[in-house]
Design a protein around this ligand. Structure first.
Ligand code: NAD
Length: 378
């Protein structure tokens, strides 16, 4: 029988890689899950709930010992991976572009290591797309937390005592997180505008009832790569964009920034001068903080207040602050991914190394780093 290990995550990671629901489904595939005692508590999953679903709840060492598969949220240590069966499968969000020595150490264990962030954004892979499942929750939570920090009402309210104006929300970057931020801000009654450099986003923004604000020149028309991501924009475009943002941002109450380009530092879209032009009480939630942030003043992991009274909130793991939902969706993503590795008749692992989803996510195998995006050491 295939054994799947799940160990507790680090102190700053409340999410967990399996849920009672996925444990039952793994059993149907022919796999037994061993969970470290207490590993689910920060996602409100008790040891009893795991046991009731059929998992073995054991010590960390017993969970890892000679397991065929290790499922994790964050990159596991090489030490933990060495405890597994030689050549075991490891799947996690490796944050593959950071700490290259750590990736090399994982590769050296000989395990087959998969980075869930590299999942191709194809229709077949949708159920395994951890970036989407987590970004969607982060986009929602950014608006909820930002609204709480704003300390004023979001919707327009007409009352006998007078009218409260609608707050203005500006969403920068309209990927998965940005779209959810627009939808959430609209539901909460804000007047919403949004910007992106990919032309496809214009219609998406408008279909959510928000106004699209962008520099729509020739470069904008070509800004999307074949894989659906944004290209880095030229200095000329950036200058035009900065002018537009400077005009727009000074009237905004809540700004949510989500702009990213894979494998690169986050583009700086909000300068110090722009922040200084904003109203006291305005809030910026910088979801790109993990990649350095979209705002020049962002301090990743912190909330700061500028001398002119603008709060800049730069969370590093916003999905983790709603760990119950984030773990449930992440666990389902991993189940869907593991599902393609099983021989359903024999109830054993039978990985097709030529499958595009396997190839797309495989970072290390047989002792070597194999992913094309990680071939040049930086
Ligand atoms: N299965 C699927 O088909 C599937 C699933 C999810 C996402 N996608 C697509 O993948 C792509 C990436 O989505 P994501 O949420 O991971 O994006 P992301 O997190 O990489 O980036 C967020 C947004 O920032 C924007 N951006 C980058 N540079 C910018 C700049 N200088 N100014 C303004 N905006 C900037 C990007 O265009 C993107 O919309 C999108 O095309 C999305 O539709 C496809």
């Amino acid at each position: 029988m295939v054994t799947i290990a799940v160990a507790s995550e680090s102190a700053d990671e409340p999410r967990i890689a399996v849920s009672p629901d996925t444990i039952k489904k793994f059993a149907a595939l022919g796999a037994k899950v061993r969970v470290q005692s207490g590993a689910g508590l920060r996602s409100r999953i008790s040891d009893e709930a795991y046991k009731a679903a059929g998992a073995e709840v054991v010590s960390r060492a017993d969970a890892l010992a000679a397991a065929d598969v290790l499922l994790a949220v964050r990159r596991p240590s090489a030490e933990d991976v060495k405890a597994l069966k030689p050549g075991a499968i490891v799947a996690a969000m490796l944050d593959p572009y950071s700490d290259r020595d750590g990736i090399d150490a994982l590769a050296a264990t000989g395990a087959s290591v998969f980075s869930m962030e590299f999942m191709p954004r194809t229709t077949r892979a949708q159920s395994m797309d951890v970036l989407s499942s987590q970004a969607n929750l982060a986009g929602y939570k950014a608006v909820v937390d930002g609204a709480a920090m704003f300390g004023q009402a979001l919707p327009m309210m007409m009352t006998p005592a007078g009218t409260v104006p609608a707050a203005k929300a500006f969403i920068m970057g309209v990927g998965v997180a940005g779209l959810q931020a627009i939808a959430t801000a609209r539901r909460m009654g804000a007047q919403v505008t949004a910007t992106d450099v990919r032309p496809a986003t214009k219609e998406q923004v408008q279909s959510l009832g928000a106004k699209f604000v962008a520099v729509e020149d020739e470069e904008f028309k070509q800004a999307q790569t074949a894989t659906g991501y944004a290209k880095p924009m030229s200095p000329e475009y950036q200058a035009k964009q900065a002018e537009l943002v400077a005009q727009h941002i000074k009237n905004q109450d809540l700004v949510i920034t989500t702009a990213l380009i894979p494998g690169r530092p986050a583009p700086k879209l909000i300068s110090r001068a722009m922040v200084e032009s904003m109203k006291p009480g305005a809030v910026i939630v910088d979801l790109a903080a993990e990649r350095g942030g979209n705002c020049e003043l962002t301090e990743p992991g912190k909330t700061i207040e500028t001398p002119n009274g603008v709060k800049i909130f730069a969370p590093l793991n916003l999905a983790g602050t709603i760990a119950v939902n984030a773990s449930s969706l992440y666990a389902k993503n991993l189940l869907a991914f593991l599902d393609i590795m099983f021989d359903k008749k024999e109830k054993t692992l039978a990985v097709n190394w030529d499958d595009d989803l396997i190839k797309g996510t495989l970072v290390a195998k047989d002792g070597a780093v194999v992913h094309p995006n990680l071939q040049s050491k930086t």
